[in-house]
Design a binder for this molecule. Structure first.
Ligand code: FPP
Length: 250
């Protein structure tokens, strides 16, 4: 029987479909991104209600810099405006805001807003909202490898001391539980360079719904499916089954 109360501790989301949503309405793509920002609010609300501890949103990939300048500029304005409006409110609600990715590519003004929002909300413990911006999973791993290489070069680490745990400690969000559930909207069935390391044992859930249409019903459906799945982490079903009543467990 499924446990419908099982809620992912960490939910990661690829918010895809904003552009198509706008194009279906014959509107500029930025209108889809603005509607996407409203869907972010709905998703956040739902996760707060359900007690999700970490919500990670893929807002802008390292590859998205290659989009037309007008769209990139519009997105930067949207990020800056949203941060300006929402940072205080997030703080009030006990949310700790984090940004992962290569923020050196953002304008100095946007970087300052990100830093200020992180500093303001650092001590909050109700939920962590991680925004992946200018983020790429391969880049994340390359940076982790570079940091370890620097430690080796400085004589602080021997190559044979490098293992999964040590590499993982240098990847983004290493201090948080890894994603339990990854949702992608917009119909494509791929990971698109998102959290490549961290998603190793995440349950994947896909929907054709476009991100601006994403609502509580869809999220509930994803959570219900998640609760019904058996996560085996490489073990067999028998290994995971609880021992029958009256039998000793060895
Ligand atoms: C992918 O849809 C979406 C993005 C590249 C941007 C995501 C941004 C938001 C949801 C806006 C607000 C976010 C925050 C955190 C304030 P797409 O443009 O690739 O859609 P398509 O596949 O239909 O073209």
């Amino acid at each position: 029987m499924s446990d419908t109360r099982a809620v992912p501790r960490h939910l990661a989301v690829i918010m895809d479909g904003n552009g198509r949503w706008a194009e279906q309405r014959r509107r500029p793509r930025i209108i889809g991104h603005r509607a996407g920002a409203r869907a972010v609010q709905r998703c956040l609300e739902f996760c707060l209600e359900r007690g999700v501890e970490v919500l990670t949103l893929y807002a802008f990939s390292s590859e998205n810099w290659g989009r037309p300048a007008e769209e990139v500029g519009g997105l930067m304005k949207l990020f800056a405006g949203t941060l300006e409006r929402e940072a205080e409110e997030m703080h009030r609600r006990g949310i700790c805001l984090r940004f992962i990715g290569d923020r050196s590519r953002f304008s100095a003004a946007l970087q300052a807003k990100m830093q200020a929002a992180e500093a303001l909300t650092r001590g909050n413990t109700r939920m962590t909202l991680a925004i992946a911006a200018s983020y790429g999973g391969r880049q994340d791993l390359a940076m982790a490898a570079r940091q370890l290489a620097e430690q080796v070069a400085q004589g602080q680490l021997r190559p044979e001391e490098i293992d999964e745990a040590r590499l993982g400690q240098h990847t983004a969000l290493a201090d948080l539980p890894p994603p339990d559930l990854m949702i992608r909207t917009g119909g494509d069935l791929r990971i698109s360079n998102f959290l490549l390391w961290q998603l190793a044992y995440a349950e994947l859930w896909f929907t054709p719904q476009l991100w601006p249409d994403f609502d509580r019903d869809t999220l509930q459906q994803a959570f219900d499916d998640f609760a019904a799945r058996q996560r085996r982490f490489g073990l067999t079903p028998a290994q995971l089954a609880p021992a029958p009543q009256g039998h000793s467990q060895v």
